[in-house]
Design a protein around this ligand. Sequence first.
Ligand SMILES: [Zn+2]
Ligand SMILES: [Zn+2]
Ligand SMILES: [Zn+2]
Length: 234
Amino acid sequence: LTTRQQEFVRHWYETLAQSESFPILSNETLSALATLTQAHPQLLIGYINKEYPSISSNTPFSHIPLRTGLDKQSPQPRDTTIPISTALSAANAHLLPATLALVEKHIATCRRPRPQTDGRRSVNTGAYRCTFGCNYATCRRFDWRRHEETHEPQEIWLCTLCAHTPTDHAFIVSRKDKFLKHAKEVHGRGWKPEEVLDLSRVDFRPRSELACGECGSLSRTWEERCRHVVGHFE
Ligand SMILES: [Zn+2]
Ligand SMILES: [Zn+2]
Ligand SMILES: [Zn+2]
């Protein structure tokens, strides 16, 4: 396990496991821990047995549901009109299946076409226009890029503290400011927001081949793509 994963297990042990009189590492808990730390359950169980022998794990590893069939078990109202890029899934195959499923769902939500009035602003004017067709416009380049990233996420955080509950309640976002707000509001009593942020960062690899929404020219990186598109507006 990496230092960060060990750190997380320690936090989990100190905040949750110790409060129970007979702490048991249940399938559910182990599965959740694995999702949160993105560590293999077998590694986790070995580590916990060694470092925290007071926690009994009465569950042989082979019986642990890995939640690989997340979507099969509970048919989600998923957006079927937008196929999730298989390239994206392949690039992120290093993530745990449960994490990947959440990431895919998040990306699909980001790509879903939005109403023309999106942005919820009375003044949608400016040279920098949304290239994903939602009618957002702004006169500030920074705001434009941040808006574009709501459609094409570059970073993803999956709250490690919320995902103890069923994955339906997972808190997953692509904006650091939104995550920090969540961390402060929901977990601020025991945690520093930056600490939760660090523990929750998903090792996500965004798409690399990107077409310009205006002229279709291809860019290799998001940085390059944004610089190119901005050229159409300035
Ligand atoms: Zn937009
Ligand atoms: Zn949370
Ligand atoms: Zn272009």
